[in-house]
Design a protein around this ligand. Structure first.
Ligand code: FEO
Ligand code: CA
Ligand code: CA
Length: 663
């Protein structure tokens, strides 16, 4: 592998590429007006047309951002933002490493031996690059439950010894990576997927129950079933599966969710990166794959497995990009790929029960200029009969969001036969609509967003929070009300209030909660409250959680020494009252990592956070300043032993002396 193609698995997750959306869905010409959040809009006493004619956009933005605030409602002592090789939590809290890459999960699991790692060992150990973290209480307990962890992707240069060399290129030190062996590819495949692990708090400390009867590893080798309208369709049949229902494995499981009935949702995000090769000339999937960036070829799996080679298995990519549901109560259950929820680069799927008992899932398609979705089940949730809910996800309606500058959001149904979703446009059935969800959403005129990531419904205040990471490719003429900054390097957060507090509603109102970035730099146009300190602002919101009192916690992906002068972390963000849009830093990750999770136990006394890809990068870190790789990582977190590589890990945070994380 050449230097140009080195570390592509990292870049797949972090690049700021152009996006795949070729449509010209509205970018709205009313540029000046749309620079305001709805909140700013309503506050203004001048007519927008008059403003636009007389005042510069920058002056207007500044007027909009001057949001005085009382102090944060969170009382913890803020962490100092910065960069080093360790994690940091607010004073008075413990942040203990709970599960690291390679940790044994079963009674028979071999100990982690990084220089002799095998696929068989990896399949019995905690996987790589922990992302989503979920918790399902056992017997209703906040001190004993199942931890659910996605393993999104692999970083070979940090996992395997002896595969990179440091080379000079364009006056800079870069890494050149050898081709992986089949054994190494097999380790990668076993390090993907998810872990289901029993954990218990004993004597004030969380422990892994290594012989928990429900412990399970899900990998790229786990058999799954396609369900819903796409199951059995011609477009998902392959030479290995004439039925079009039996898929082997899941990839790039980013965020996810836990359903109200206690199943584990794994979202398949950047699945395009695993495929290589050329489709046969004139193949019907050419446009479909182009819209999704398939094949991207970041991984070398096609060298060893035909199903990842488009020339040999042209339909295989249609079997990825779905929402996966796992019944954790049976460690042998076959995970279901629920095709009703559409096919795109799924970030996550957090859910809530609507007033009438239907269940609503919020879904982000993480690509520049792609869309925000929600899915509403046809049936209703039965709190008294878990089994009655287990196929709720096979019937319902998928919607895509259109955000208007008047502050409304319309949820447009992706239903075959309605509007443009007909045979005239190449959709012969609902299966076609779902396989090409993006194209269907294009035709409905959905709003092109700045990388939709985690979306969290908040049952306490009835709102929904949408993380939009960034989009530096948005040009000034593409700015719209819901994506109010050109070259949006730092992202923003949108707050939705569905009509009449009904999460299943077809319409709602929205406003921008927060435009991220350094508020001391006027050109950035950030909108943190004035009570936010120099440590408290952040860029690149990615994942989020609400605690049991409905308070918002945001974790980030993309802060860096040379970018924002800080690592990623977990910030507590006020959404209510005078403190609204005030943010405080609670936890920060070691250099090179992004912050995933986060999650609170139902009693709010424990927070789980996932430190993903620690030590990835380091070139721009003063004090390290060179490529980071297995033999010479920018940090050896969390073990800090010379014979141990840097390892992604889940960290558990508790308050010293007990009590809720935030009181
Ligand atoms: Fe895997 Fe959208 O972050
Ligand atoms: Ca994410
Ligand atoms: Ca991310």
């Amino acid at each position: 592998m050449s230097a140009e193609t080195t570390f592509r698995t990292s870049q797949l997750e972090h690049n700021d590429g152009p996006g795949q959306n070729p449509t010209d869905n509205r970018t709205m010409g009313e540029i000046i007006a749309s620079r305001f959040s709805r909140r700013g809009f309503l506050k203004g006493s001048l007519a927008v047309s008059a403003i636009a004619a007389t005042v510069s956009p920058v002056a207007l933005m500044l007027a909009d951002e001057a949001r005085a605030a009382s102090g944060s409602a969170f009382s913890f002592d803020e962490v100092e933002a910065g960069v080093d090789d360790k994690h940091h939590v607010a004073a008075g809290y413990d942040a203990d490493v709970l599960l690291r890459w390679g940790d044994p999960l079963f009674a028979d699991s071999p100990d982690f031996d990084p220089l002799n790692q095998s696929a068989a060992a990896q399949a019995r150990q905690f996987g790589y690059n922990n992302d989503y973290v979920g918790y399902i209480p056992l017997d209703g307990s906040s001190e004993h439950g199942l931890l659910l962890v996605n393993h999104e992707y692999t970083n070979p240069h940090l996992m395997f010894a002896g595969i990179v060399a440091v080379v000079e290129k364009d006056g800079k030190k870069k890494l050149d990576q050898k081709a992986l062996t089949k054994d190494q590819v097999d380790v990668e495949m076993a390090a993907h997927g998810g872990s289901i692990v029993e954990i218990r708090k004993q004597d004030g400390k969380w422990q892994v129950v290594r012989d928990g009867v429900l412990n399970r590893r899900i990998t790229v080798g786990t058999e799954m079933k396609l369900t819903g309208p796409v199951a059995g369709n011609d477009r998902v049949r392959t030479s290995a599966d004439a039925s079009g229902t039996k898929v082997i494995g899941t990839v790039n499981n980013c965020a996810g969710g836990v359903t109200p009935w206690g199943t584990y949702i794994m979202a398949e995000e950047n699945f395009h990166g695993y495929f290589s090769g050329d489709l046969p000339e004139g193949h019907r999937e050419a446009a479909n794959y182009k819209r999704l960036g398939v094949p991207e070829g970041s991984y070398e799996w096609a060298t060893h497995y035909d199903r990842f080679d488009l020339a040999k298995e042209p339909n295989e990519p249609n079997r990825f990009g779905w929402i996966v549901e796992v019944d954790v109560n049976d460690p042998n259950s076959v995970p279901k790929k629920r095709t009703t929820l559409g096919r795109f680069k799924h970030e996550g799927a957090e859910s809530i029960v609507a007033k009438d008992g239907r269940v609503v899932f919020y879904l982000g398609d993480d690509e520049r200029f792609d869309y925000v979705y929600k899915f509403v089940t046809a049936g209703t949730y039965n709190a008294d009969d878990r089994a009655a809910n287990l196929d709720l996800l096979d019937d319902g309606t998928l919607y895509v969001a259109r955000f208007a500058e008047d502050g409304t959001v319309d949820w447009l149904a992706l239903t075959h036969g309605q509007g443009p979703l007909t045979a005239a446009n190449g959709f012969d059935s609902q299966a076609d609509v779902l396989i090409e969800t993006r194209r269907a959403a294009d035709l409905l005129g959905a709003t092109k967003m700045d990388r939709p990531e985690d979306i969290q419904p908040n049952g306490t205040n009835g709102k929904v929070y949408v993380m939009l990471t960034n989009n530096t490719k948005r040009k000034a003429e593409q700015v719209d009300a819901a994506n109010p900054r050109a070259e949006n390097a730092f992202g923003h957060i949108i707050e939705i209030a569905e009509d009449a507090g009904d999460f299943a509603a077809a319409r709602g109102m929205w406003e921008v909660l927060l435009k991220c970035g350094d508020p001391s730099v006027a050109d950035v146009g950030a909108s943190f409250s004035t009570a936010t300190t120099a440590n408290g602002w952040f860029g690149m919101p990615d994942n989020c959680a609400v605690d049991s009192e409905g308070r918002l916690w945001v974790s980030t992906d993309g802060n860096s020494p040379s970018g924002t002068g800080r690592t990623d972390g977990l910030w507590a963000v006020d959404t209510e009252g005078d403190a609204r849009a005030t943010s405080k830093l609670f936890f920060r990750v070691p250099v090179g990592a992004e912050m995933c999770g986060p999650l609170f136990t139902p009693d709010d006394r424990t927070a789980f956070v996932a430190v993903q890809h620690p030590g990835d990068g380091g070139d721009d870190w003063e004090g390290f300043g060179r490529p980071s790789y297995y033999e010479d990582p920018s940090t050896r977190w969390p073990d800090f032993q010379p014979n141990m590589p840097v390892r992604p890990a889940v960290v558990v945070i508790t308050r010293q002396g007990g009590g809720k994380i935030a009181s």
